[in-house]
Structure formats: C-alpha cells, structure tokens
Design a binder for this molecule. Structure first.
Ligand code: OXD
Ligand code: MN
Length: 614
C-alpha cells in the first residue's frame, strides 16, 4: 500500500511510534494507497490537485477559490455524536457528553474496519502553535479526505521538521479521520457519524463526517486534547481570538484575547478595521519569565463563518473573500461559478448549487424544512497572512504579551455592552458566568440560552471545577491582564440597541482603560464607561453623535435580570463537584452588591447616571 518513496519519508522521522500508528490504522481502514506528505510545496500542490480529482472541491471563477460541500445532516459540530471516552469511575461535568472507553473504542474500530477501501490514506504532520516554540505541540493527521488535508495545509503550520527533531518521542497528538461511504462526494452514513476523544492516548477518531469542525483533527479535536494537557499542567488552552489593538495616533499595540461562543462576533472583533489580527479561534497561554501572560495562536488560518460578511460590517474580510488567493468556501450557494452567502448585501440568485444539491427558491429539504440559499454556518478558509491586517507577531515563537481578556456572549436581556471586572478573581467569575444563545455552528436549535463558561463548554474534557481552578491559579501566579465582558447583542423590543460597528468603540475604550486614560463608573457588576468618554469616542471614530438616551438604555443595570442570572449560575455550579469556594464567594458578593443597589435606588433597572453620582 505504501511505496518506497513514501516509506522513506516516514523512516526519516526516526520515530517508531509514528510508524506503529500508520501501520495500525492502515491495517484497520484498509486504504488502497498511502501517501505521506511532508508539507513541501510539491506535497501541498499534490493536495491542491487531489481535491478536484476526488471531487471534494470545485473551482470557482476567481483564481485560487474553490468550494466544498458537506452533507445535508453534516453542517455543524455534532455534539450528540461527539464523546469524551472515560474509563471506570472517571466523571466529567453534566453538560459534557461522555462514553465508556472500552465500548466506544470497540464500536469505532468496527466502524473503521475497511472504511478506506478503494481510497487513499493521507499521512500529514503539523505543529500546533509556532514552530520552534515552547508553546508548540506536534500533531499527526491521518485522513482519507483531500479537503481535510487542504484545509489543514491552509489553517495549520507544517510540522514534518518538528517531528524530525523529536528524537522518537511519543509526545504528540494524533487524529484518524475517515469520510466513510460517499454519495455525490459527501458522507452518506450520517447515522454512523462518530467523533470519539481518547484523552488516554492523546488521539481522536472521527468517521462518517466531513464538516471541518468534526473532521479537521487539528481544530476543535486537538483543542480538547490540549485543554486536558493544559489543565494537568500550569498553562491554558482557550477558545479565544488574539489581536493587537492600535488606537489611531497613539503608536502602541495592546494585545487582547477574547472568548466568545461560536458565531457571536469573535472573528469580526479580531478583524475590526485599523487593528491587527494574530488569531481568531484557539490560543495557548503561558506565563513568561517575568510572570506576565503570553499567548500564541495555535493556528495560522481562519475557518470563519461567512454569514453577514459584507462590505459595510466586515470590509476587510469581505475584500479578502472577493479577490484572488487560495480560499475554500464551504456550504455557500454557487451560481455561474460565483459564490453567494446570506447577509452579503447582494441580491442572491433564485437557483444554484448548495449543500442540498441543485437548489431553487422554496425547495424543501429531506427533514421538511425550507432550504435557505446558503447554510447559516457556511464558512471560508484562508491563511491569516493573506489579510492586510495580519500582525507581525503571528509566528513569534515567544508569543505576545496579553494585556486584556474579553468574555463575550449573545445576551439580549441582561449584560451591558462593556463592563470591566474588579480584579482577576471577579474576571474568572464573569467568564464562568457567561451565558449565550445557541447558534448554527452546532447542530440543533438556535436561539436557546445556554451557560457557556469561557465559551468553552462544548470543548471541555476536564471537570468544570478543575478548569476554573486552573484559571484562578494561573492568574494568581501571573501578573494578570484586565478582564472585561462585552455583549454586542443587547435588545429592546426585539431590536438591537447597538450597531454592529459599535464594537470598535468598546474596544478602544478598553484599550484606553488599560492605559489609565479613561475613568469609569463603579456599579454592582463592575466598572462601566462614562457617557462623556463614549461620546468623545463615537465622535472621533465615526463622526457620530452618541446620545444620553442611547447610553442610558445600553448601560442601565438591570438588577432583576442580573439577580435571576446569578440564580441560574449558582444552581449550575452547586450541582457540580469540586467548584472552588472562590467562585461561590464571587457569586455571593455580586448578589449582595445588586441587592444593596436595589434597596438604595428602589428600582429594578438603574440608570448609569445614578451610579455616576456616587
Ligand atoms: C468554530 C466553532 O468553527 O467554534 O470555530 O464552531
Ligand atoms: Mn471556535
């Protein structure tokens, strides 16, 4: 199955464990051919051709652009089919989907038996994090999908050379993916879709799926293995963007990380015009020699949600998506070889090819639902380096110094647009209390309120108590950044209270706070901006008049809603095991502050102007 040239590429690594893994899964999956890829330009071109030969992607009219489709039932991360494997009496938090390790391994190995018959097994080597860095983790990917390989070549740094320097070590992650039987180039056995995470062996298996969130091992599958590794050590792996904030005329870069649930504005925050992007999804954070917090982007590319990317709200991404470069669209609408998506601010064609096949307006899907022109979770895959605002430190092996952390959710009723925590512990509590409405990044109903601590609940593979404790410990042993929370989704009478572009103002205010350039108003839930400062920012940045009324509606403290939220959060944590007492202390203190304000102002909703009188 493997010719001499490919075998030589494996042998060069001098790593018996790598050879054992390749032998084991080739025997099990029974491909007709094995190709080992080193990440050389020649090997990358091989994959660029293979995606078309395999019909996993099709060329679009703009040079370098292609489109990939996933099956009708394979349009998001599948939480039900994703399990963390546990042995004996190991337990995780209630919200984490788990399975018995022995039974699940038996099941998945039987599904994998012969699954690559007639197909080509691709063996690839990557590096999670910058190469030559103390943050980095090497990773081996085995897949029969050229689309997965192509995506990884764009989103991740090559690691063949890193493997060569490992002296045969077993300390790497490995991923085995098989698309399963295909019909019109998409996985057909969706009932047998399985994504099993085996922490014991630092490996993940995923079968009968192609959607990148389930199939690209290096993304959310590796993230889970890294969370486990970090939580057994003294660092963090987080679902966060990393950006350099550069206020006009101030000649400084202040690095921010931000955790937002999927489809809640994470990428578009990192892409705000005038700022620099390092990463939009997954970070490793470690303490530097001087006790400060440093972060690297695990990735070098973006697998971004395309819905609502348009020239007004996201000009930088939009421009990148309509000009020649290597770019994979997925699950968009194609007509006349051109891409279309929801919210692009262009009239969409009435017919074309989409994730359901040949499509016309009004078509009904196999589940009885009307098929939208493009899927809400349609995506684009590009290299960050392709963006005009890529930061100079993207590949810096030392990472960048983090000054600010933001936790943001999709919260129509409760939290003001931006609030600064009192200190690190209060910041951890804010992150641990994050609630957000579900979105189409996962399969299931959208718009349901969900507790999503640090925007990481979907990926947590350690007990919540251990995870929160690791944060508290990490911050107390570090000179921690300032923690803020943002909410871009506040509504009144079902209408958003903010423009999408307002997030730039919150960003610049937070940056100024870090540099002690703005004052703030103390409220029971943290510090909020002063009206005059925001008015000045709106005027300077957007030449816009920001009214007292708008400020008052956005920044009022909704005491009743906040107390109800605390109640929900406390109930959840009381049902968990080994939650640090510090978190309960924070809950009690916040409740006391809210009750005191309720009594003092005798109101359910208190204007920020009331608090500013203090
Ligand atoms: C992602 C996700 O794709 O979180 O980043 O779903
Ligand atoms: Mn994500």
């Amino acid at each position: 199955m493997m010719d001499e040239k490919n075998r030589a590429k494996l042998d060069k690594l001098n790593n018996q464990y790598v050879i054992d893994i390749v032998e084991r899964y080739s025997k099990l999956c029974k491909p007709s051919k094995i190709t080992v890829l080193t990440g050389s330009e020649e090997d990358k071109n091989y994959i660029r051709e293979l995606v078309f030969k395999n019909k996993e992607e099709a060329r679009l009219s703009t040079p370098g652009h292609s489109v990939h489709f996933d099956g009708y039932y394979d349009q998001g991360r599948d939480k039900e089919k994703t399990k963390v494997l546990l042995s004996g009496d190991e337990r995780l938090s209630k919200s984490i989907n788990t399975g018995d390790r022995d039974k699940c391994l038996e099941e998945i190995f039987s599904l994998m038996d012969g699954i690559m018959k007639g197909r080509e097994m691709l063996v690839m080597f990557f590096c999670l994090g910058p190469t030559g860095s103390r943050f980095a983790i090497p990773a081996l990917q085995i897949t029969d999908s050229a689309y997965v390989a192509h995506s990884e070549n764009i989103i991740y740094r090559q690691g063949y050379e890193e493997f060569k320097h490992m002296n045969g070590s077993k300390d790497f992650f490995h991923f085995v993916h098989a698309s399963g039987e295909l019909e019109n180039s998409v996985s057909r056995n969706h009932e047998n879709k399985r994504i099993y995470i085996d922490l014991k062996e630092n490996r993940v298996f995923s079968v009968n799926t192609q959607y990148a969130g389930n199939s690209v091992g290096l993304k959310k599958l590796a993230m889970r293995l890294a969370i486990n590794k970090a939580n057994h050590s003294d660092w963090l792996c987080e679902h966060m963007f990393l950006m350099g904030v550069e206020p006009e005329g101030k000649k400084r870069t202040t690095y921010f990380c931000g955790a937002f649930p999927s489809a809640c504005g994470k990428t578009s925050t990192a892409m705000i015009p005038g700022q620099k992007i390092v990463g939009d999804d997954i970070l490793y954070l470690r303490r530097g020699a001087d006790g400060k917090m440093f972060a690297v982007n695990v990735e070098q590319g973006i697998f971004g949600i395309i819905q609502d990317v348009n020239p007004i709200d996201d000009p930088l991404i939009y421009h990148t998506l309509v000009t020649p470069r290597e770019l994979i669209f997925s699950n968009i609408l194609v007509a006349d070889n051109n891409p279309y998506w929801l919210g692009m601010e262009k009239t969409l064609p009435e017919a074309g090819i989409n994730y359901a096949g040949h499509w016309k307006t009004g078509n009904i899907g196999p589940d009885g639902n009307e098929i939208l022109p493009a899927h809400k979770n349609a995506r684009y895959t590009i290299k960050i380096q392709e963006l005009p605002n890529a930061d100079v430190n993207l590949h810096n092996p030392d990472g960048v110094l983090v000054s600010v952390i933001i936790y943001g959710g999709r919260d129509p009723h409760t939290s003001p647009p931006v609030v600064q925590s009192f200190d690190w512990q209060h910041g951890v509590f804010i992150g641990a209390s994050l609630e957000s409405e579900t979105t189409s990044a996962t399969i299931g109903q959208a718009g349901v309120r969900k507790h999503d601590p640090m925007a990481i609940i979907d990926f947590l593979v350690v007990p919540l108590g251990a995870y929160i404790n690791n944060h508290l410990k990490f911050g107390s042993a570090t000179k921690p950044p300032i923690v803020f929370t943002t909410n871009y989704f506040l509504k009144e009478n079902d209408k958003y209270l903010n423009e999408k572009t307002d997030k730039k103002i919150w960003l610049l205010w937070m940056e100024g706070r870090f540099h002690n350039e703005y004052g703030a108003i103390k409220t029971p839930i943290g510090f909020i901006p002063k009206f005059e400062d925001l008015r000045g920012l709106f005027k300077a940045v957007f030449k816009k008049e920001y009214s007292r009324e708008a400020y008052e509606r956005q920044f009022s403290i909704k005491i009743t809603n906040l107390l109800e939220k605390l109640e929900r959060i406390e109930t959840i944590y009381k049902e968990e095991h080994d939650i640090p007492q510090e978190l309960f202390d924070q809950i009690h203190q916040q409740r006391e502050r809210l009750l005191k304000a309720k009594e003092k102002y005798a109101k359910e909703v208190v204007s920020p102007f009331e608090f500013s009188k203090n």
